[in-house]
Design a protein around this ligand. Sequence first.
Ligand code: PLP
Length: 387
Amino acid sequence: MTERIYLDWNATAPLRPEARAAMIAALDEVGNPSSVHREGRAARHLIEKARERVAALVGAEPRNVVFTSGGTEANMMALTPALETNRFDRLMVSSVEHASVRAGGGFPTHQVEAIPVTADGVVDLGALERRLNELQRQGLRPPLVSIMAANNETGVIQPIKAAAAIVHAAGGLLHVDAVQVVGRIPFDINGSGADLITISAHKLGGPQGVGALIRRSAALHFVEPLLRGGGQERGARAGTENVAGIAGFGAAAVSAMVNMTADGERIRAMRDRLEAGLANGPTVVFGQNAERLPNTSLFAAHGLRAEIALINLDLGGFAVSSGSACSSGKVTASHVLAAMGVPDKLSSGAIRLSIGPSTGESEINLFLEAWMKLLAGLSKGKRGLAA
Ligand code: PLP
């Protein structure tokens, strides 16, 4: 069997050993965290320790962290007309958001508006400001705005601080899907200006199925929780907590924080070397002129369809993605590249390579070799990788 090379960290990151150890230990706790007996208190302790750790990763107060079943639920919870006591009747989202934001949460479709991006995939702040001014002139209420910290396909980092200033000046609130950023590069909720952020454990080496919605200030209330019932998470999210998952999330947060600087530099150097190698062939890298996550590269070669490349690379031992991770399996044209004005013909060949702390130099070299063979096969009119 071919040895596997995992280059799809934006889809999900391998579990960090610290997270695995914390989860295994937590699985041996029998208590329900809401119970008052000793067993219950032990389970509660694990959750509160994890809350502190996750909060520390983004500079938040622990009481402002609400654990959820993942990034999707946190996005859904944030995007509600009933956020705060004054109801929102408009949601503005960037046109490159993840599907869980583009779905609009609790807003009816006609109340959701897209904010355009530039050809580099960066949110058009001028367009945002003009639209907010227009709403103000018409005497309409300020909106809830959602802009991601970095894009999962291109890795393009958004100007969150500047966006927050514009949104706040117009009286709106800003939610930031920080799923792809937190744990990879420093992100401080206070410095960012975001009112609410979404994070997900499995993108930073924690388990799948756990995430958090985090408020910058306790003054913001979740007036209509998605899940009502037992009043867990201070009433913001009912249901017995995923104790082992949350403990794993906390441990992953600590590990990510400790290793972020060293890992980030090494990862960036590898990604840049990959792109230098890609530049030896007819390959286009998307968003390359914008500031990007150090671990992500989205690229395509004219004439090479993503599904053909994916199948061949998979057979060759490489796990990579085409465009959006969450839609891998069904290869559809990327809405992100469409928003950047990339023609379908080219974007239908987009391959995303995303790496992480345990990626090795040799894996990048092997990938480049395989990619070049694929291109060579293409120019000969063949479809397969050479054996
Ligand atoms: N937001 C972004 C930017 C993502 O990349 C993803 C997952 O791919 C999500 C949200 C959803 O997170 P989860 O898988 O935890 O539901």
